[in-house]
Structures are given as structure tokens and as C-alpha cells.
Design a protein around this ligand. Structure first.
Ligand code: SAH
Ligand code: SF4
Length: 364
């Protein structure tokens, strides 16, 4: 295996068969080779650096009802919140003053005018306070193309919209059967984001019930085909108050999902060398050093949660979500220390735009 493996790892292009083989690796020495290769590529193309994005969970109000998600509209047990505009702006300013040059605004999906305007105002305020210095990523679900364009104009730089799974059949299984939860809409939204000038990110959940290794290989090839600039993907974790909880006996163990996620990061790094890959928080729900393991497998971005403490704990998309109720400076200090301890350089005061995107702009 080792000989064939080193040949595969040295190829310029990977076929679906190659990817399936890599995702099926289980022997520790084979896995070391895979992760080492991914790390070397990351170091060569992006540096041995880890970029920071402060994550603000703006609101857990959502009009959608995805069958896997703890804050789906059908879950009446959730205490809903919506952080006021001025508090979000203050949080972003504090982040900037503490050396965070990039933030992510994430929330449940809302498309009403009041919400769209609120986001626009926040973007304008951040843009003006930081003189366009702060990199703002949005993760606010499917919106009209005009909304994407207006948010881009108001100062947003990047947008993360996970396809969740590139298998339309599996997508149908994990979403309610209605016109608001359609695979085609999600694809079109990704297209609109690209046309609106965003650095575009997508991602999938790893270890979904009925998901095969072939599906995951297709997910990676999908990311390559649509030529994304960044990826945020992580393990699927069940939540008690969701319809999918009833089929949890179809799941791989949490440790298997963690390992599979690490292999997905590594293979993605090999096929898309200069994109930003986030080591997601969901890994930490499985293992305390999950995010560091993600970096060691080729990821180069972490997203410490800087949601104001009084709102923390209600954005429970999956069970066991790690929330530490400490102020921003302490959160950042801890995240910095853990990155340093693992031998990587935490980079603050830097936007950390996708090199892939910068390179694309240069060549056109
Ligand atoms: N509402 C927006 C953004 C917030 S949800 C959207 O859906 O695009 C962000 C991500 O959380 C989703 O894309 C999904 O991949 C992830 N997520 C939701 N429920 C999850 C679960 N049970 N386990 C792991 N990830 C989950
Ligand atoms: Fe809403 Fe996003 Fe959760 Fe779906 S995944 S229910 S859109 S927050």
C-alpha cells in the first residue's frame, strides 16, 4: 500500500478512485503520510500560519426547517434571540481593536427586509470604523441575488454557503420536501454569490446517515469543479430535538466521523492547494484538541466564537457544542495559545484573504 500511496500522493490530479482510496485509509503509517503531504502543501502554498476569524452568531431565528439542525424553525424548545444592531457593531469594533482583522457573521436564515437592512447597516458601520480594513464573511443562508449584491456593496468580502452534500438524493433526504429546501436553489445561490464578486466558500457535513465514501469523494470534486475560494466543513453531529435523531443508529462513531473529517481536509488540501480551509468548531465537540488536529491535517483557519457572552449557548445546531462563556480577549488568548502550542503561527492583524481568489483575480 505504501508504495502505491506515495505514487498517488505525488500525482498532480486525483481521480475519484484515488480520492476514495485516500478516504478509506486507516492504517496509522498511511494516515501519517497523507497528513504530512497535506501539511507540506499548506506550508508551501499558504505558510505554516493559522488565520483567525471571530465568529458572531447574530441570531438563531430561522425560517427553515432542515431535518438535522437544532435551531430549525420546528424546534419550539429553542430560546430565540436576535442581537441588536448596535451590539453587533460594538462586538465587531472590539474585535478590530483586539487585533482581529476578520470576522464571520452567521445566523439562521431570514429574508425579510428589516433583517436585510440590519445586515447592510452593520456592514457599512464596520467598513467605516475599520476603513474597509476588516474582512467580513457572511454565512446567512440563501438570499436573492440583489441582496447578495447589496451586502457586497456595503462591505462584505466573503460568503459561506454549504451545499451540505453534493448528492441531490441525499440532500432531499435530509431536508423537508418543499420549495424552500431545494438542491437547485442552493446551487444557484452559489452561482449568484460568485457573480456578485464574493470570495465564495462552501462545505458539507461529514458522516451523515446513508452518506457513502463515494459521496464524500464527489463532494471534494464538486468543490474543485465550482472552484471555491474557501471551505468550511465538519462532522455531522446529531441533535436530540431534530427528526434525524431517530436514525442515529445509522451513524458512524464520533471518532470515525472525526477521522473522516481530517482525511477530507487533507485530500481537499492536496487537490486545492491555495484555498482557505477552516478547522471547524464541531471537531471540538468530539475531541478537545479537534481543531488542532484539523490544522495538522491541512486546514489553515480557526474561528473562535466571539458572540457576546449573554447570547452564547442558544445557537445549538448540534448537541455538545463547545461554548466557553468568557469575554473576547480571553477567548482569543486561549485560541492563540493552543495554536502556538501545536507549532503553528497564529496570525492576527491580517485579513487572510483566500490566496486562490487573489490569484484568480490577478490572472483575469
Ligand atoms: N443558516 C445558514 C447558516 C448557519 S447554519 C445556513 O444554513 O447556511 C451553518 C451550518 O451548520 C450549516 O450549513 C450546516 O452545515 C451546519 N449544521 C447544522 N446542523 C448541524 C448538525 N446537526 N451537525 C453538524 N453541522 C450542522
Ligand atoms: Fe436554519 Fe441553517 Fe439550521 Fe437550516 S442549517 S435550519 S437554514 S440555521
Amino acid at each position: 500500500m505504501t508504495r502505491i500511496l506515495s505514487e498517488i500522493l505525488n500525482q498532480n490530479e486525483l481521480t475519484k478512485e484515488d480520492i476514495v482510496l485516500l478516504l478509506n485509509l486507516n492504517n496509522p503509517s498511511d494516515l501519517s503520510l497523507l497528513f504530512e503531504k497535506a501539511r507540506n502543501i499548506r506550508d508551501q502554498y499558504c505558510g505554516a500560519k493559522v488565520f483567525f476569524r471571530g465568529l458572531i452568531e447574530v441570531s438563531n431565528i430561522c425560517k427553515k426547517n432542515c431535518l438535522y439542525c437544532g435551531i430549525r424553525s420546528g424546534n419550539k424548545a429553542v430560546l430565540r434571540y436576535d442581537i441588536p444592531e448596535n451590539e453587533i457593531i460594538e462586538t465587531a469594533k472590539t474585535a478590530w481593536d483586539n487585533g482581529l482583522a476578520a470576522i464571520v457573521l452567521q445566523s439562521g436564515e431570514r429574508t425579510d427586509k428589516a433583517y436585510i437592512d440590519k445586515i447592510t447597516n452593520i456592514l457599512k458601520a464596520i467598513s467605516s470604523y475599520t476603513q474597509k480594513g476588516m474582512r467580513v464573511t457572511l454565512s446567512l443562508g440563501e438570499q436573492k441575488k440583489d441582496t447578495y449584491k447589496s451586502w457586497k456593496e456595503a462591505g462584505a468580502d466573503a460568503y459561506l454557503l454549504r451545499i451540505e452534500t453534493s448528492n441531490p438524493g441525499l440532500f432531499r433526504k435530509i431536508h423537508p420536501d418543499n420549495r424552500f429546501h431545494r438542491f437547485e436553489n442552493r446551487l444557484q445561490a452559489l452561482e449568484h454569490l460568485k457573480e456578485s464578486g464574493f470570495q465564495v466558500g462552501t462545505g458539507v457535513m461529514i458522516g451523515l446517515p446513508f452518506q457513502t465514501i463515494e459521496d464524500l469523494a464527489d463532494d471534494l470534486l464538486f468543490m474543485q469543479k465550482i472552484d471555491v475560494d474557501m471551505v468550511g466543513m465538519g462532522p455531522y453531529l446529531e441533535h436530540q430535538e431534530t427528526p434525524m435523531f431517530s436514525i442515529r443508529n445509522h451513524l458512524k462513531s464520533e471518532n470515525e466521523r472525526l477521522l473522516l473529517t481530517l482525511k477530507m481536509y487533507a485530500v481537499l488540501r492536496i487537490i486545492m492547494k491555495d484555498i482557505n480551509i477552516a478547522s471547524t468548531t464541531a471537531l471540538e465537540a468530539i475531541s478537545p484538541d479537534g481543531r488542532i488536529q484539523g490544522i495538522q491535517a491541512g486546514a489553515n483557519v480557526v474561528m473562535p466564537n466571539i458572540t457576546p457572552v449573554k447570547y452564547l449557548g442558544n445557537y445549538m445546531i448540534y448537541h455538545n457544542k463547545a461554548v466557553s462563556k468568557v469575554e473576547m480577549t480571553e477567548t482569543l488568548e486561549k485560541a492563540k495559545k493552543s495554536v502556538e502550542k501545536s507549532g503553528f503561527e497564529p496570525v492576527l492583524n491580517v485579513r487572510g484573504d483566500s490566496l486562490h481568489w487573489i490569484e484568480k483575480k490577478r490572472t483575469f
